[in-house]
Structures are given as C-alpha cells and as structure tokens.
Design a protein around this ligand. Structure first.
Ligand code: SAH
Length: 229
C-alpha cells in the first residue's frame, strides 16, 4: 500500500515527520516529498503550500509520480458552524469551491460545467475514521467544507458561506485535493482541526492555535494510517 499525506503548511506536516522520524526526501516542482517506510508500506508526506492550485498539484504528484493509492489531508480550518470550536477535529463529508462563480451564465454558485458543486470524500475511509475516533475516545465531528483562495475573517462572508454552501468549515485546499483524487479515482479523506472561527479575530486566533490544532489533526492521521495498514 502507498499512502499520501498532504498538509498545506509546514506546521501541518511537522508533527507527522516528528512521529515517523526516519525518511528520505524527493524534490519535485520546488516541493519536498518525504518518503517513509512503515509496516511494509510506503507513506509520502508533503506540504503543498497554501491554496487550491498548489494543493491540487501536490495531490496529482502524489498520485501520478509516487503512485499513492489513498490520500489523507491533515490541517487546520476556520469554523463556521457554532458547534465547531477552536481545537475541535472534523472530518469532511463533502467539499466545494466557494470562490467559483460563473453564475453570470445561469450556473449555480460553485458549479463548473462537466463537474459538480460538491466532491464527496471516500465513505470507506470515513468509516475507518469513525472507528478510529471511537477506539481512541476522540470526538470527531463531521461536516461540509468550503475551500477557496481566501482567508476568511469576516462575519458577513462567514454567513454567506453558510447560506450558499451549508458549509461547516472553511479552508483553502480540501476541495482541490479532493478534485484531483476524484478525477484519478483515488480514495481520499480530509481532516481539519479548527484554528479560528473565520471572524474578525481569525488572524489572531489562527496564529495562536495553528501549531496545537495542526498537531491534533496530525495525531489523528497517524492513527488512521495504523488503521489502514
Ligand atoms: N499565516 C499564514 C497564512 C495562513 S492562510 C502565512 O502568513 O503564511 C490559512 C491556512 O489555514 C490555509 O492553509 C487554510 O487552509 C487554513 N485556514 C485556517 N483558517 C482559515 C480561514 N478562516 N479561512 C480560510 N482558510 C483557513
């Protein structure tokens, strides 16, 4: 089995590299991929850099170049749903690109012709995630994630995301990683720990909680790897 683990920022993969400790590195497209041998399997870990473009390139490289058969994303997100507090861990059920807008032509927000508004995460991986959460006594919340190339720190925009996409959390990479996986038929799941509430204090909250929330997500992903292998 070859598993790919993607984060957006260095801080999101550092906890995983600290856990696995031994790796070799590969450099492709100005990006470092960490190769780990674990339980007779291979794991590739990389941070993509922020945003939908970078993250879809990283996911595609993981799939086409390194042959990853499953992709897990680990990182942080802004909470939109009041039930998602800073530090909570969530699993994405489906994701959309909130900054796609060709409504001028009568299409729904977030819709691209020959595609769909939402990309669904893999139900089998999600089932494993729920079992892992139960075994580890971890509360794993679930919801819809809206991804876009914007850091959301505004109450009105927050409300807009909830109303238009029923989104529970917002980030900048999940839907694009999902799209790459979907197109190449690779099962994927997205874990995010909440770093902020996407409101007027989001930047301050993000800086304060990035490291801790990134660790929460990464620790869970390590348990996921153990459950898969
Ligand atoms: N402080 C960083 C920028 C962080 S951008 C710098 O200066 O380089 C926010 C990152 O965390 C993105 O990778 C995104 O996926 C996630 N994220 C967390 N909270 C978010 C929010 N409120 N809106 C959008 N993305 C958010």
């Amino acid at each position: 089995m070859i598993i790919g683990i993607i984060g957006a920022m260095r801080e999101e993969i550092t906890p995983l590299l600290d856990i696995f400790k031994q790796y070799t590195t590969h450099q492709i497209s100005n990006n470092i991929f960490y190769e780990i041998t674990y339980k007779n399997s291979k794991i590739f870990i990389a941070y993509s850099k922020i945003g939908k473009v970078h993250s879809s390139i990283t996911a595609t490289t993981m799939i086409l170049h390194f042959g990853c058969q499953k992709i897990l994303f680990s990182g942080v997100a802004g909470g939109l749903n009041q039930n998602l507090k800073v530090g909570d861990l969530m699993l994405a059920t489906k994701l959309c690109q909130h900054d796609v807008d060709i409504t001028a032509f009568g299409h729904p927000l977030g819709f691209i012709p020959e595609s769909s508004v939402y990309i669904h995460t893999d139900e089998r991986l999600n089932t494993i995630a729920r079992e892992v959460a139960k075994d580890q006594n971890i509360i794993l919340k679930e919801g819809i994630i809206a991804s876009g190339d914007q850091f959301i720190h505004n109450q009105d925009k927050k409300q807009w995301l909830i109303e238009n996409f029923q989104a529970d959390a917002v980030e900048m990479e999940g839907a694009s990683v999902g799209m790459a996986c979907h197109l190449f038929n690779i099962p994927f799941c997205i874990f995010r720990s909440i770093s902020d509430s996407a409101d007027g204090n989001a930047d301050i909250s993000f800086d304060e909680f990035l490291e801790k929330s990134a660790k929460t997500s990464a620790n869970f992903v390590k348990h996921m790897v153990d459950a898969i292998l």
